[in-house]
Design a binder for this molecule. Structure first.
Ligand code: UD1
Ligand code: CA
Length: 481
């Protein structure tokens, strides 16, 4: 996905209609604010939207728009969190703002890490919905107008809480006024600051040093607009879609942004050939991949790391996470996490496939099966209420109803190995470590706590080969199970 956007960026058309590479720029993401309004122990930009931290979305869009480098400005406490690297990826450089003294101060703190870049695109770490074509439009307007500062703006019904774009009679941008400082007339302005700017870096570093502390004791990046405008070198560019302007300051806005993103994700998949029967009840995380002609029935949650092949039928009511589902598979009302499901397999209803499981093509998983950290061979059936854990199941095995691998002895987990064409009788309990050879059978209700040789049939509690039992039974009845 990212690669496709990048190639669009590189082929961006200038007005003279020649394909040229866009001028180089460095992305700077401001994410050192306290996020007080979230009322959270987790830093705001690490809160997730559609399975990905807010800041991760901003990194993605900057890279997709063609940033040469991305720098994230974070607080000292966020910098220490391992979640930060997971969220931004290892290609992003980190700058630290020791105390949150405002957006302009945050940018100043990035100066050394940004280095000699000529053009920077500065965005807030909470603007998860901004699109790469809006960033490209801003960078282009900035270059064409030879501005030192360009602001990405949006025109909305009620920009309450956002900075307003103040223009002169000629329509040129003059300043950004924050809600707290706005006059009653300025509060009526519908054009708002999205919090994303394209800036001439050398000009900016000089200005930041001179910037005054605002009414609330912070240095506001928005206060750079007035000096740029007074030298006639400020401009604006509009977002391509108003939802892009939704920032996240509260949990209410987090839910609004998530709803908008969810809608975008569903539309993208539908346009790519996925049938979604009931979009309202279909939840798809940001990086999920779904093949064409796959049908999503109502009530699915497709979480981060899910890859679904072509022509599958998922749902109703399935939860998939960090798993791959092969072409033509069906997953009916089931929960699959950390597993690989082969082509054409049917799972469910009401089964749970847990991490470390591989189900090979041609196997069948029915209802109320729980399978953990196991390989299930091709043609093998696990049809009815059973627990299979830490097991290797060969090809064409039949696991009878109610079978349990008792893999945990209270201290350690042990492995079960079952060969090809084995028939495990209903209600068998397998107490590993146990190996059951090819073509062996276990009788209904047997407790198998020793290895079973290939071709043998064992029965009873504990299970013994049927041949031995017959011999012994003729002399001693007491062993009869
Ligand atoms: C900001 C803009 C406002 C705009 C809105 C769009 C300013 C002064 N105001 O307001 O005009 O309409 O975004 O959503 O910029 N941050 C730091 N260090 C700090 C303070 C903030 O890194 O000391 C970061 C935050 O983590 C956040 C971003 O800067 O990601 C913006 O800060 P935030 O407090 O969310 O600004 P808003 O009040 O939303
Ligand atoms: Ca904000």
């Amino acid at each position: 996905m990212a690669a496709r956007f990048v190639s669009i960026a590189l082929a961006f058309k200038r007005p003279d209609n020649t394909d040229t590479q866009m001028s180089e720029w460095t992305g700077v993401i401001l994410a050192a604010g306290q996020g007080t309004r979230m009322k959270s122990d987790l830093p705001k930009t690490l809160h997730t939207v559609c399975g990905k931290p807010l800041i991760g979305h901003v990194v993605d869009v900057m890279q997709a728009a063609g940033a040469q480098r991305v720098v994230a400005v974070v607080s000292p406490s966020i910098a220490e969190m391992p979640e930060l690297v997971d969220a931004v990826g290892k290609d992003v450089s980190i700058a630290i703002q020791p105390t949150a003294l405002g957006t302009a101060h945050a940018l100043e703190c990035a100066r050394e890490v940004v280095g000699p870049a000529q053009t920077i695109v500065v965005g807030a770490g909470d603007m998860a919905l901004v699109k790469s074509d809006s960033i490209l439009g801003l960078v282009q307007s900035h270059a064409e107008s030879e501005s030192v500062l360009s602001v990405l703006t949006a025109t909305v019904g009620d920009p309450y809480g956002f900075g307003r774009i103040v223009r002169n009679e000629a329509g040129s941008v003059q300043a950004i006024v924050e809600e707290v400082d706005a006059t009653p007339e300025q509060k009526l302005i519908h054009e708002m600051n999205t919090g994303l700017y394209c800036i001439d870096a050398p000009w900016c570093w000089g200005q930041l040093e001179q910037l005054e502390i605002s009414s609330v004791g912070e240095k506001f990046l928005t206060d750079l607009v007035a000096p740029a405008a007074s030298s006639g070198r400020a401009t604006t560019a509009p977002v391509s879609e108003v939802t892009e302007a939704l920032g996240v300051n509260t949990r209410i806005q987090l839910a609004e942004v998530e709803a908008a993103m969810r809608d975008r994700i569903r539309r993208r998949h539908m346009l790519a050939g996925v049938t979604i029967r009931d979009p309202e009840t279909t939840y798809i995380d940001a990086d999920v991949e779904i093949g064409r002609d796959t049908e999503l029935l109502p009530g699915n949650h497709l979480r981060a790391g899910t890859r679904i092949g072509t022509g599958c039928e998922i749902g109703p009511n399935s939860i998939l996470k960090d798993c791959s589902i092969g072409e033509g598979a069906r997953v009916i009302s089931s929960h699959i996490e950390g597993a690989e499901i082969g082509e054409g397999i049917s799972v469910g209803p009401f089964s749970r496939i847990r991490p470390g499981t591989v189900i090979e093509s041609g196997a069948y998983i029915g209802n109320f099966a729980e399978i953990k950290n196991s390989r299930v061979g091709s043609g093998t059936h696990v049809g009815h209420f059973s627990y299979v854990g830490d097991s290797e199941l060969g090809r064409d095995v039949n696991i009878g109803a109610g079978t349990v691998t008792a893999n945990f002895d209270g201290v350690n987990k042990h492995q079960t190995v079952i060969g090809d064409r084995v028939k495990i009788g209903s209600d068998s309990i397998i107490v590993p470590p146990v190996t059951i050879g090819d073509d062996a059978n276990t009788g209904a209700g047997s407790v198998v706590n020793r290895d079973v040789a290939a071709g043998d049939t064992v029965i009873g509690v504990p299970a013994k080969p049927i041949s031995q039992r017959k011999n012994r039974d003729s002399g001693d009845d007491s062993e009869r199970g």
